[in-house]
Design a binder for this molecule. Structure first.
Ligand code: NAP
Length: 433
């Protein structure tokens, strides 16, 4: 005897939604066998219901709120994008006891707390594997597989657009603007690339990762953020000469302050990464996340971080979980925020800096520059002098020091007569000295 179908509302039929619907339809029998009951798509919400959308026309609606409220909808898949509209729809679904699957990192990075509270009250599931690093399973490993371990660090490349641009700049020697335009032509960058290139998308993902890794509520506003739009082909050239490349990293870390207080750090910035670090070889639009846990040691997750079908894979994995919970009873884990750790300001974080500056080509420059570092207890690891005359450049790489001391040092270098200008300041990650 066939079990009663589990009703699914799909909100959105774009890159992700169309793949969700296609895979669900093509593999309906497999889904039924895996869940124990068939899934029935009750409706698909879009803005534009006219024309051939590749799905049965009777499923389409431009009224997502009505669809979410229907009695025969048990699970809502939210793949719309935006924040305000999906927030209302997801809240309304959860309040009615319907489980929600969302791929929406921007929504979660602001409102996980509110959504998790609503899910808690109505004992519904809220799953979001697709919100971080597309197809790559990283949310469930952090929330479930590593629930018995203590995670100390999660660092990764979680934005495909910026990784594509930086990899291409590294490979071709082209500059940022030219490479961004090429990324747009190839479909790797959106018409307005701000969310990607200025690090907002990665910061949303960092907030989600830090929240689940450290059992603490972290929002996008808590994440220190710098984008890649100031990276030059010279930076990549110098990185190469230091046996490094440049990657936009999202770093979430458990730290202990000099006073022995436990804090967390969540930050996104382009950083020099040594070529022998596992993240250095993650190229093109691929994503990777490295997790360091006390008992498990280092784990690396790698794969396609975006795209319709890869993201749909993560959405559908969540859908099967939520449907099984509906069928057998029970529910998955919700937000875990018991640790309530404070987020440390960026100035307190220990980092290494790479500073490239144009300098006057005369005796004593090196000593004057070095004095500014030593005044603030910033120890220099290497110094290189490149070029001569008007093109004379000093490249300084420091040891670990408080980020505030490093940024004060850079500010003071800019005031020196012997420094024409500080061309570039980047952090160096993936080393500990
Ligand atoms: P998309 O291609 O722009 O599709 C959005 C869909 O939502 C469209 O079908 C659109 O309808 C519909 N829609 C938007 N606002 C609506 C409204 N107010 N009422 C009814 N329908 C509405 O977006 P996407 O790339 O699939 O991304 C969807 C979500 O997944 C986003 O939260 C995104 O951050 C997340 N995500 C995407 C990827 C990826 O690779 N694309 C990866 C990870 C996560 P029309 O078709 O009629 O315009």
């Amino acid at each position: 005897m066939t079990s009663k179908p589990i009703g699914v509302a799909v909100l959105g039929l774009g890159n992700v939604g169309s793949e969700v619907v296609r895979i669900l339809t093509e593999n309906a029998e497999d889904f039924e066998a895996r869940i124990g009951a068939p899934l029935a798509i009750r409706g698909i919400a879009v803005r534009r219901v006219d024309g051939d959308r590749g799905v049965p026309a009777e499923l389409l609606t431009d009224d997502p709120a009505e669809l979410v409220g229907r009695d025969d909808v048990d699970i809502v898949v939210e793949v719309l994008g935006g924040i305000d509209i999906p927030r209302k729809l997801v809240l309304s679904a959860l309040e009615k006891g319907k489980s929600v699957i969302t791929a929406n990192k921007a929504l979660l990075a602001e409102y996980t707390g509110e959504l998790a509270d609503a899910a808690e009250k109505s004992r519904a599931d809220l799953y979001f594997e697709a919100a971080v690093a597309g197809a790559i399973p990283v949310v469930r490993p952090l929330m479930q597989s590593l629930a018995g371990d203590r995670v100390n660090k999660v660092a990764g490349i979680v934005n495909g657009t910026t990784n594509f641009i930086l990899s291409a700049m590294d490979e071709t020697g082209a500059d940022y603007a030219e490479t961004l335009a090429e990324a747009g032509r190839l479909g790797y960058a959106e018409a307005d690339p701000t969310a990607d290139v200025e690090g907002y998308d990665a910061a949303s993902k960092a907030a989600i990762l830090a929240s689940i890794a450290f059992h603490t509520r972290v929002t996008a506003g808590d994440v220190y953020r710098e984008g890649i739009s100031k990276i030059t082909s010279d930076d990549l050239e110098t990185a190469k000469s230091l046996d490094c490349t440049i990657k936009l990293l999202a770093i979430c870390e458990r730290i202990v302050t000099p006073k022995g207080k436990e804090r967390i750090s969540a930050r996104v910035y382009p950083a020099l990464v040594p070529l022998n670090h596992p993240l250095a070889s993650v190229n093109g639009a691929f994503n990777a996340v490295v997790v360091e846990a006390e008992a498990a040691g280092r784990l690396m997750f790698y794969g396609q971080g975006a795209g319709g079908a890869p993201t749909a894979s993560a959405v559908l994995g969540d859908l099967v979980m939520a449907a099984r919970n509906k069928f057998y009873g029970g529910r998955g884990p919700l937000e875990s925020k018991y640790a309530k750790l404070k987020v440390a300001p960026m100035g307190d974080i220990l980092t290494r800096y790479y500073v490239s500056m144009q300098v006057a080509d005369k005796p004593g420059v090196l000593a004057t520059v070095a004095a500014e570092f030593s005044k603030r207890d910033v120890s220099i690891s290497t110094v290189r002098q490149q070029g001569s005359g008007d093109g004379a450049r000093l490249v300084v790489v420091t040891h670990l020091a408080a980020d505030s001391a490093l940024s004060e040092t850079v500010a003071s270098l800019e005031q020196l007569d012997v420094v024409v200008h500080v061309a570039s300041v980047l952090r160096l990650e993936g080393t500990t000295v």
